[in-house]
Design a protein around this ligand. Structure first.
Ligand code: NAD
Ligand code: ZN
Length: 252
C-alpha cells in the first residue's frame, strides 16, 4: 500500500528533489555513521571526522580513512541509486542532493547531483592546492602514512569532503535550498536527518507547499512532517517503486 502510494507520488511529480544520506549506500557495502553497524559505534566521530583532528594528526585521520576508503572505492551503485537515476531521466526528479561523498549517484547515471558534503573521490593538498584522485592516494597508504603531496612534499593531503568544523560549500547549499523551495515532491532516502543544515531541506520544501516522503529504516526527527513514511530498505523500496511507475501519457 505504501509502496503503491510512493509510486503514485513519484509518477505525478514534475520537479521532485531527493535528499539522500548514508543509508542509501549501506546496501552497496559502505557503513553508515549512525544506526546499527554504524561507524560511530566503532569510532568517536568528533575525533575521526573533524578538521581540528585532521590538522593535529593527519596520520591518525588517514588510518581510519584508509579502511573506509577501500570500501567506498570498491563500492558499486545499488538498485536505490539506479531508481533515482531513472526517476530523473523520466522527468520526475530534477536533482539529487546528497550528504554522501561516495560518488555512487553519478556512477548510476544521475546527472544533476548536488554534493552537500563534498566528494571523497578527490584529495587536495592544503599547502599547495595540488589535487589528485583519492584512488591514487589510497594505493600509497600501505607505504606512506600520512600520504605526502607529490608536488610540495607536505603532509596535509585532505579528501575534498566537508569535515566537522568546516563550512559547507555555499553554491551547493544555495542550489539545494532553492530547489527544495521550488519542488513539488521532496523525497528523503536513507538519512537520519540529524545533520544540519541538510536536515532543514525537507522543512523548507514542506513550508513551500511540497509533499514530503521519507524512506528510511529507522525513525527521523521529521517523521511527523511527512505525508508518506516508508520504513524499509532503500534498495527494496525504490526498486519496487520504479517497477510500478506509470508510463507518462503520450503527447499528441
Ligand atoms: P546517518 O549515518 O546519520 O544515517 C543513516 C540513516 O540511514 C539511519 O537513519 C539508518 O536507519 C538509515 N539506513 C541504514 N541502512 C539503510 C537502508 N538500507 N535503507 C534505508 N535506510 C537505511 O547518515 P546521514 O543522515 O547521511 O548523515 C551523516 C553524515 O554521514 C553525512 O554528513 C555524510 O556526509 C556522512 N556519511 C557518508 C557516507 C557515504 O558517502 N556513503 C557514509 C557514511 C556517512
Ligand atoms: Zn602540496
Amino acid at each position: 500500500m505504501t509502496i503503491q502510494h510512493a509510486a503514485e507520488l513519484l509518477s505525478s511529480a514534475k520537479r521532485g528533489l531527493a535528499l539522500t544520506g548514508a543509508g542509501i549506500s549501506a546496501e552497496s557495502g559502505i557503513p553508515t555513521f549512525r544506526g546499527e553497524g554504524g561507524l560511530w559505534t566503532k569510532y568517536d566521530p568528533v575525533k575521526v571526522a573533524s578538521i581540528n583532528y585532521f590538522m593535529a594528526d593527519p596520520a591518525a585521520y588517514w588510518k581510519v580513512s584508509k579502511e573506509r576508503g577501500s570500501l567506498a572505492l570498491a563500492a558499486k551503485p545499488n538498485p536505490a541509486h539506479d531508481a533515482l537515476a531513472r526517476l530523473e531521466s523520466a522527468g520526475h526528479l530534477s536533482a539529487v542532493a546528497t550528504q554522501n561523498t561516495d560518488g555512487l549517484h553519478q556512477d548510476s547515471g544521475s546527472k544533476r547531483v548536488i554534493e552537500l558534503h563534498g566528494s571523497g573521490r578527490m584529495v587536495q593538498c592544503l599547502d599547495c592546492g595540488h589535487r589528485e584522485p583519492r584512488a591514487a592516494v589510497q594505493r600509497r597508504l600501505d607505504v606512506e602514512m600520512p600520504p605526502r603531496c607529490p608536488m610540495c612534499g607536505g603532509t596535509f593531503l585532505k579528501p575534498t569532503v566537508v569535515l566537522f568544523g568546516e563550512a559547507m560549500p555555499r553554491t551547493e547549499l544555495e542550489e539545494a535550498e532553492r530547489r527544495a523551495r521550488a519542488c513539488d515532491l521532496f523525497v528523503v532516502v536513507g538519512s537520519s536527518l540529524v545533520v544540519y543544515p541538510a536536515a532543514y531541506m525537507p522543512l523548507h520544501a514542506k513550508d513551500a507547499g511540497a509533499t514530503l516522503a521519507i524512506v528510511n529504516l529507522t525513525e527521523t526527527p521529521h517523521d511527523g512532517q511527512a505525508d508518506l513514511l516508508v520504513r524499509g530498505s532503500a534498495a527494496g523500496v525504490l526498486a519496487s517503486v520504479v517497477d510500478r511507475l506509470q508510463p507518462r501519457p503520450v503527447a499528441r
